[in-house]
Design a binder for this molecule. Structure first.
Ligand code: HEM
Length: 442
């Protein structure tokens, strides 16, 4: 049984604050004066402004703040050489590097050279995540923090204001294509919400604890005190073309004699309500559950093999010689998702208004290569995933082909455009509070 020092772990590890913080903003910052930045860090800690795992959901605090640092940020803050070198290679190289961007499929229009931030020209050292209870509190908090950034020698490279969260009647966030989001997240050993035997090892999401892969301690920076209770944070600004998505669904559904909602649900793997797509279903049953492992749908006649959620987490089918083995393998590649949508909802989802909107995709993992990069490269982008041969993820991929297993014949949906594109991104380290203290006091 793992007992965590919750006060040492940043709060975002345990919760995306969705239930009680309706607004959020993400500041991507560059350090211009390390001494001032260190003083700012120390001050944030001294004032108890960095949210940790024991801050209660219903306390009177109106804001939440978490903070992550890129490799260049740790270099500028003069972390010792041995510790710097002991970080995982992907983190040291950065998401924009040639090798990582090829692996992630960030090519052509998605290539780092085209990004708004996070590439060589607009590199980022620090990420500040701000959350507030409502819009006016959020505006005041942003003003105060922006002034503090200036004093701390931090310039704003990019600012993603996610504004007020859109949510459905069940309290789930709704992403811009109109689907309930934030439903499936791993249950993690030692986390306050963990229950029972199905929990994933703590070392998948926090450095310094045994992992799910081989039971060993997840690699920590050479200074144990600096690494333990920290984790990696992956952020990608993913722009969504909502009008293109729904216009295509209408046209293709009419051609195939099905409904647009049915086609879109097959691509996601869940209906808009969040209910799993099951065999012999034509409409949304609106019964949201995460209690399934695809073993009742081994042929993909409910949730297609190529659907977004089945690629992102294949669960108990297709990765081993038995359901149990498949589940074991799938659980070595789990992500804790903590992102939110940015930009205003499109009023008429079939008619573009020229404004940018999308997802601030954020996931936490203790091993970027085995978790985030593996999921993106080997499952989402893989054109040969699960016996398929010329298609990637229909929701967020680039190929534009999709197969829906059906009786008597499978359905093929071909030649559609890309609906999601990468606008920026970065790999960050989300240090423990004690590690932030080491940096602030150095
Ligand atoms: C604009 C981009 C994206 C959109 C609109 C999107 C949308 C969704 C939706 C609607 C769900 C189902 C609801 C839920 O289980 O929470 C989902 C699940 C998920 N997505 Fe995405 N997603 C996007 C990008 C990504 C990326 C880049 C990754 C990882 C590389 C990813 C990984 C996952 C995972 C792991 C799940 C949960 C699967 C499960 O355990 O059932 N998503 N996504």
């Amino acid at each position: 049984m793992t007992t965590l020092n919750l006060q040492d772990v940043q709060g975002i590890v345990f919760s995306g604050y969705n239930k009680y913080m309706s607004c959020s903003s993400y500041y991507l910052l560059q350090i211009n004066d390390a001494k001032k930045t260190k003083a700012w860090l120390k001050n944030l800690l001294d004032q108890g402004q960095i949210t940790h795992g024991e801050d209660k959901a219903n306390d009177s605090t109106e804001n939440r703040l978490n903070l992550a640092i890129s490799y260049s940020g740790l270099e500028k803050l003069q972390l010792d050489e041995a510790s710097l070198n002991s970080f995982e290679r992907s983190y040291r190289e950065g998401m924009y590097s040639a090798h990582r961007s090829t692996l992630l499929g960030d090519q052509d229009g998605d290539a780092p050279e085209q990004w708004l931030w996070g590439n060589k020209a607009n590199s980022v050292d620090v990420l500040v995540l701000l959350f507030s209870k409502d819009a006016s509190i959020h505006a005041a908090s942003q003003k105060q923090h922006q002034a503090a950034f200036k004093k701390a020698g931090l310039s704003i490279v990019w600012h993603l204001d996610a504004g007020e969260k859109r949510q459905d009647a069940d309290g789930f966030a709704v992403e811009h294509f109109g689907f309930a989001d934030g439903i499936s997240d791993p249950i993690v050993e030692g986390f306050p919400t963990a229950s029972g035997a199905a929990a994933i090892a703590t070392g998948e999401f926090l450095l310094g604890y045994p992992n799910q892969y081989d039971g060993k301690l997840t690699q920590i920076p050479i200074s144990e005190q600096f690494g333990t209770n920290g984790t990696y944070l992956v952020l990608r600004q993913l722009k969504q073309d909502v009008a293109a998505f729904w216009t295509f669904m209408d046209e293709e559904a009419a051609r195939q004699g099905i409904t647009a909602d049915y086609l879109a649900a097959k691509m996601v793997g869940r209906w808009q309500s969040g209910a799993l797509v099951e065999p012999n279903q034509d409409t949304d049953p609106k019964t949201v559950s995460n209690d399934f492992d695809f073993s009742k749908d081994p042929d993909g006649k409910g949730c297609p093999f190529g659907a977004h959620i089945r690629r992102a987490n294949p669960r108990a089918v297709g990765l081993g010689t038995s359901d149990a083995e498949s589940l074991t393998v799938a659980n070595r590649h789990r992500l804790l998702r903590r992102g939110r949508s940015y930009g205003k909802a499109l009023e008429n989802p079939r008619s573009d208004d020229g404004q940018e909107r999308g997802l601030v995709f954020i996931c936490l993992n203790a091993n970027i290569e085995r978790q985030f990069e593996f999921v993106q490269h080997t499952w989402i982008n893989n054109v040969k995933f699960a016996g398929l041969y010329d298609e990637d993820d229909p929701l967020i991929g680039r190929v534009g082909n999709f197969t829906i297993p059906d009786e008597p014949l499978r359905r093929r949906v071909c030649g559609f455009q890309q609906f999601v594109s990468t606008q920026g991104g970065g790999y960050f380290f989300l240090p423990s509070l004690s590690a932030l203290g080491i940096l602030g006091n150095s």
